[in-house]
Design a protein around this ligand. Structure first.
Ligand code: BGP
Length: 487
């Protein structure tokens, strides 16, 4: 153990995803994905999904907009779609990786765009797409940066969403398996760390799952297919290369009881199951009893085929990856709670905490609490694969970005992670701050909400030179990595 508390080989780095960073959405043989149909939004004006939907499509957190008559494909010519160009990793990957190397990154999380490899999501390969990621991995390895690959981060080839209703259909498993196997085999000597689905507990968005009807039955059936997929991927990955580490990924927002009234404590236990369910299945390889009881009460009937239970049992994950941004509060009586903004949906306000400009509760201690809860419940290595502060940055007169607020945020969260390692004995693999370079927000489609150590000149209307500028936090994070590196 190094003097600063983090183990030798700790994976310091940063995290991104193709749907928010890569751009070049119809270049190099890529075809459209669900994430391409999302317009820009803002705090008070939700992003919109333009889609040839019937009026019965319900339950999206965003408005499902019908395309105007005559609009081609999915794109409304009057709307702006920030992910189409994003911050253009596709054309800037060498420059960006050079900057990550300058910060001292040991690892870098990215996702592979499914429709870049298999344009329709079916069993047809786009060799140019495979070559692109091959060059990216080579570039990373040139600097000794370990790639951490999310196989699927919040998108699905449009064709599969259209023709198969996304993860509702069991056929999607077969198609995804082809994609997963293709990349596991092609990059087997370049990538060791994999993650199946980003934030698998966010099931309600059509963009993420391609599922139009998201009543409980459809939602959980889709989850079942994703669980099978994850388990099959883990099993196959271990056959291809026993050295592979394949993890799962959830959004972890711990919920505290509003008071010490036992009813509030029980409410927190129930709310926490929202994410624990997804971890339980992928770590224990079976559905937990509380969920089976809930299915009975709600009339949810998961359609399983023979052998499904064995698939789940045999494909449990090697580590738990999670995003941590905030905590929330639970109460038996929801009227006792005040609402605030949060990751992908609204959450409850905690009067003991401050909030970000987007209303997310800032809670560094919550990171230590999460690490303890997860480690003590699952006894598996943990990987913080997202954490960060979405904030408005401005370029000052000196041409620089003085983001002290971000530095303060990271100082406190890294300290909390260190406490979990040093004081609580948590087995922590690494720390990958989200959006280590500015990219498009998933929740609101904004550029204004920035997370990066590196500023990218691009605004909410798609104007900007895409020039990269190091923020003050860039130099600060570089020092953190230097000073905590294993001896
Ligand atoms: C997580 C997602 C990321 C990312 C992050 C920040 O839910 O995995 O894709 O976007 O949250 O959220 P936002 O972009 O909405 O600020």
């Amino acid at each position: 153990m190094h003097k600063k508390g983090f183990p030798k080989g700790f994976l310091w780095g940063g995290a991104t995803a193709a749907n928010q960073y890569e751009g070049a959405y119809l270049s190099g043989g890529r075809e459209a994905a669900t994430s391409d149909a999302v317009t820009a939004g803002s705090f008070d004006h939700p992003r919109m999904i333009t889609y040839k939907t019937d009026d019965n499509a319900v339950g999206q957190t965003e408005r499902m907009g019908k395309l105007p008559d005559g609009a081609a494909g999915l794109i409304d010519p009057e709307s702006y779609y920030p992910s189409h160009a994003a911050t253009d990793f596709y054309h800037h990957y060498q420059e960006d990786i050079r900057l990550f190397a300058e910060m001292g990154f040991k690892s870098f999380r990215l996702s592979v765009s499914w429709s870049r490899i298999c344009p329709k999501g079916t069993k047809e390969i786009n060799e140019e797409g495979l070559e692109f990621y091959n060059s990216v991995f080579d570039e990373l390895l040139k600097y000794g940066i370990e790639p951490v690959v999310t196989i699927n981060h919040f998108d699905m080839p449009m064709y599969l969403a259209d023709e198969y209703d996304g993860w509702s259909s069991r056929d999607t498993i077969d198609n995804f398996m082809f994609f997963a196997e293709t990349i596991l085999r092609r990059y087997k000597d370049k990538v060791k760390y994999w993650m199946t689905f980003n934030e698998i507990n966010f099931m309600k968005s059509w963009v993420y799952t391609g599922v139009r009807n998201n009543d409980l039955q459809h939602q959980y059936q889709a989850s079942h297919h994703m669980f099978l997929e994850s388990a099959l991927t883990v099993s196959l990955a271990h056959q291809i290369n026993p050295e592979f580490k394949v993890g799962m990924m959830v959004s972890y927002v711990p919920s505290y009881p509003n008071t010490c009234r036992p009813e509030d404590v029980m409410a927190a236990i129930i709310d926490n199951r929202e994410k624990e369910f997804f971890i339980d299945v992928q770590v224990n390889g079976a559905y937990p009893s509380y969920k089976l009881k809930e299915f009975e009460r709600e009339g949810v009937n998961i359609l399983k085929e023979d052998g499904d239970d064995e698939i789940l049992k045999n494909g449990t994950v090697d580590y738990i990856g999670f995003s941590y941004y905030m905590s929330t509060v639970s109460a038996a009586n929801k009227d006792d709670l005040e609402k605030t903004g949060g990751n992908q949906r609204t959450f409850a306000k905690n009067p003991y905490l401050n909030a970000s400009e987007w209303g997310w509760m800032l809670d560094p201690m919550g990171l230590r609490i999460s690490l303890c809860q997860l480690y003590e419940r699952y006894h598996l290595p943990l990987f913080i694969v997202e954490n960060g502060l979405g904030a408005v940055d401005s370029i000052e007169e000196d041409g620089q970005i003085h983001d002290d607020y971000r530095i303060d945020y990271f100082r406190e969260h890294i300290q909390a992670a260190r406490d979990a390692v040093v004081l609580d004995g948590v087995d922590l693999m690494g720390y990958l701050p989200w959006g280590c370079i500015d990219l498009v927000s998933a929740g609101t489609g904004e550029m204004k909400k920035r997370y990066g150590f590196i500023y990218v000149d691009m605004n909410d209307n798609g104007k900007g030179s895409l020039k990269r500028i190091r923020k003050d936090s860039f130099y600060w994070y570089k020092k953190v990595i230097e000073s905590t590196e294993g001896a």
